[in-house]
Design a protein around this ligand. Structure first.
Ligand code: CMC
Length: 382
């Protein structure tokens, strides 16, 4: 809570002022002007690319988008109704077996190529986890599409029909990816660092990060928000849910509210709220019950003493789910998309740590609260 676990030059957050910067650039400016792939370059390399560097980076990422054909077989090993996050943990971890060279973790070239492979393959792995659950054929990546367009293509295309993702959908998803790309020492990134600190390979470390992200207190919140908003909209009883969230005897929390670091507002939530509004308007939605419920709930909570006192505000996940839902993305893929976006953050932190000559194995201390020394009692005397 109050001890820095590492030095890092990647992301700066001031939770009281609602500031988030990647490599010094305000998130608001990146959201307005950048693309996810350019943001990936920035996070990984520390600087924005010039045109030639970006073209080269795009080419490198496109070169690595395919999966080894043997990896296809892994999907068949899962139950048809497996949660796609379970598939992600397994398949990303399995990449270690396909790239054993990645164990040479202090080699800068190995670090670089592992980063490129992860950023490039994650959309394919994610989209295939969806296809598998739907019993549809896997769609191969296409190099003539942008990064985000290609992901939507692999999710929704079928071999029998020529289709191209709606540019409005591509723009909305690209923004969501930018906003989720990094967030300094959150639970999953700290997990990647801790796992990597033992010199485990980057695919194993990333797989550990995905496992950590899965929980509803972290990346799983975007899925939980929609379930909650649907329930509230259906019941028509908003107040009941606010009261439940305030009740100390009830474990229910307003999902998408509160943040360990942001105690004023989450700058990502501000951007995404506007994007949500603009997207629904551009797509000509006449009735937007979930968005209406979200706005109403936000208003009530922001005026309620309980939430004001505890500085609880909507976080990034509060509105992102509404956008994802509108793009036709099923609920159980929401956290997968968070994982896809955060991969660049995880691998940038891993790379930073592995390049640090002073880095040591992570080993948090504990406060022991157990028994004092006592003598062993034979079983017949217990
Ligand atoms: N609804 C109701 N009460 C809440 C909520 C909430 N969403 N969040 C915190 N509180 C209360 C909590 O009960 C506690 O009250 P008291 O002081 O009376 O005991 C107080 O606020 C402080 O909460 P905390 O649990 O100490 O705060 P934390 O920093 O440990 O937890 C959090 C942060 C994000 C896990 C938590 O706010 C939460 O569970 N939110 C809902 C889940 C969620 O939206 N998670 C996504 C986080 S943003 C995306 C990401 O980074 O993954």
């Amino acid at each position: 809570m109050s001890t820095a676990s590492c030095d890092s030059a990647i992301t700066y957050i001031d939770g009281d002022k609602g500031i988030l910067r990647y490599r010094g650039y305000p998130i608001e400016q990146l959201a307005d002007h950048s693309t996810y792939l350019e943001t990936c370059y920035l996070l990984l390399n520390g600087e924005l690319p010039n045109r030639a560097e970006l073209t080269e980076f795009r080419g490198i990422i496109q070169e690595h988008t395919m999966l080894h054909e043997a990896l296809r077989g892994f999907y068949k090993g899962f139950r048809h109704d497996a949660h796609p996050m379970a598939i992600m943990v397994g398949v990303v971890g399995a990449l270690s077996a396909f790239y054993p060279d990645a164990s040479d973790v202090h080699n800068p070239r190995v670090q670089e190529i592992a980063a490129h492979r992860l950023i490039a393959k994650m959309p394919t792995i994610a989209a295939w986890s969806y296809k598998y659950a739907n019993g549809q054929p896997f769609i191969y990546p296409r190099n003539d599409l942008s990064y985000t367009e290609n992901f939507l293509h692999m999710m929704f295309a079928v071999p029998t029909k020529d289709s191209r993702p709606d540019p409005l959908h591509v723009k909305a998803l690209d923004l969501i990816l930018i906003l989720h790309a990094d967030h300094e020492q959150n639970a999953s990134t700290s997990t990647v660092r801790l796992t990597g600190s033992s010199e485990a390979n980057p695919f194993a470390a990333t797989s550990a990060g995905i496992a950590s992200l899965w929980g509803p207190a972290h990346g799983g919140a975007n899925e939980a928000v929609i379930r909650m908003l649907e329930e509230i909209t259906e019941s028509g009883n908003l107040k009941k849910y606010v009261d439940k969230a305030k009740d100390k005897n009830d474990r229910f929390r307003l999902m998408g509210f509160g943040h360990r670091i942001y105690k004023n507002f989450d700058p990502r939530a501000k951007i995404i709220r506007k994007m949500c509004h603009d997207l629904l308007q551009s797509l000509g939605d006449e009735s937007t019950p979930l968005f209406d419920t979200a706005l109403e709930l936000e208003k009530i909570a922001l005026e309620d003493e309980y939430f004001v006192e505890r500085k609880l505000y909507p976080n990034v996940d509060y509105y992102s789910g509404i956008i994802l839902r509108r793009l036709g993305i099923p609920l159980d893929m929401f956290t997968v998309i968070f994982a896809l976006a955060r991969t660049v953050g995880w691998i940038s932190h891993w790379k930073e740590m592995m390049s640090d000559p002073t880095a040591r194995i992570g080993r948090p201390r504990q406060l022991y609260t157990g028994s004092k020394e006592r003598d062993y009692i034979p079983i017949e005397k217990r």
